[in-house]
Design a protein around this ligand. Structure first.
Ligand code: SAM
Length: 234
């Protein structure tokens, strides 16, 4: 079954963009997933096709109007998947959320611009608020590309090896171990000896240690959760 992505945006020409290339692009051509864009501006009702207005209460910038955005969302009500509004105010995207989306029938992604979207329509339409991280982008479109890229690579048949996702960063609560390839000596630097030993048990143990070390060092938040989960397992 084709996984269906629908993007509500003021800039449909930004799609598929990078998702038209490489793994995602091939999967799109092969019908593993489909992409529909809806131009929110098509739902404006005045002759200037206005989609925004000044913020109630004052302040800088413009806010996307609830009537226009709601009409665009309602036009796709029969399409599959949860409605996600991309916003820095949302729950930060993680691999578990991505995996959930990949297991469903699709997603509807609402992209904001300006200062954002009138909060009433977000609540009235039951949109889940999702952020791609603690940064402010100029619009939801690059965030939508990130969400879709992360999901599409998990769809069945998209990644080269069915296995290659299982050991990746976050899948086991740890960051991934480092990778090396040929040449075995590059500018005087050698590939760690254990990796060319052919000793699978030792390689596995080395990779586990490396994954634990990098997680402890770079992401103490993940490390604490990993240690807690291990305690519960026992
Ligand atoms: N005034 C908003 C705030 O401070 O939270 C930022 C608005 S931003 C300039 C315009 C749009 O970009 C947002 O409505 C949202 O759709 C998108 N955006 C910006 N940063 C994002 C992030 N970290 N995650 C997801 N979407 C983001």
């Amino acid at each position: 079954m084709t996984w269906q992505a629908t993007v509500l945006t003021l800039y449909p020409e930004m799609f598929p963009g990078p998702l038209g290339l490489s793994l995602a692009g091939r999967a799109l051509t092969d019908g593993v997933w489909s992409l529909k864009t809806v131009n929110i501006r098509d739902f404006a009702t005045d002759k200037h096709r206005t989609v925004d207005d000044t913020p109630c209460g004052g302040g800088a910038g413009m806010v996307m109007r609830p009537d226009v955005v709601a009409a665009s969302i309602r036009s796709i009500k029969d399409l599959p998947g949860p409605l996600i509004f991309l916003t820095p105010r949302g729950r930060v995207l993680n691999q578990a959320m991505v995996r959930d989306l990949a297991q469903g029938p699709g997603v509807k992604v609402l992209c904001g611009r300006f200062e954002g979207i009138d909060q009433r329509v977000i609540e009235a339409e039951g949109a889940q608020e999702v952020s791609i991280g603690d940064v402010v982008l100029s619009g939801g479109e690059p965030a939508a590309l990130i969400v879709l890229d992360a999901v599409v690579r998990l769809l069945k048949g998209v990644m080269g090896s069915e296995q290659s996702g299982d050991e990746e960063s976050f899948e086991r609560g740890l960051l991934e171990y480092p990778h090396y390839t040929r040449p075995q000596v590059w500018e005087g630097l050698e590939v760690p000896e254990v990796l060319v030993s052919g000793h699978h048990e030792k390689i596995k143990a080395w990779r586990q240690r490396q994954a634990e070390d990098v997680t402890r060092r770079q992401r103490p938040d993940l490390w604490d959760r990993y240690v807690e989960a291990k305690k519960v397992d026992k």
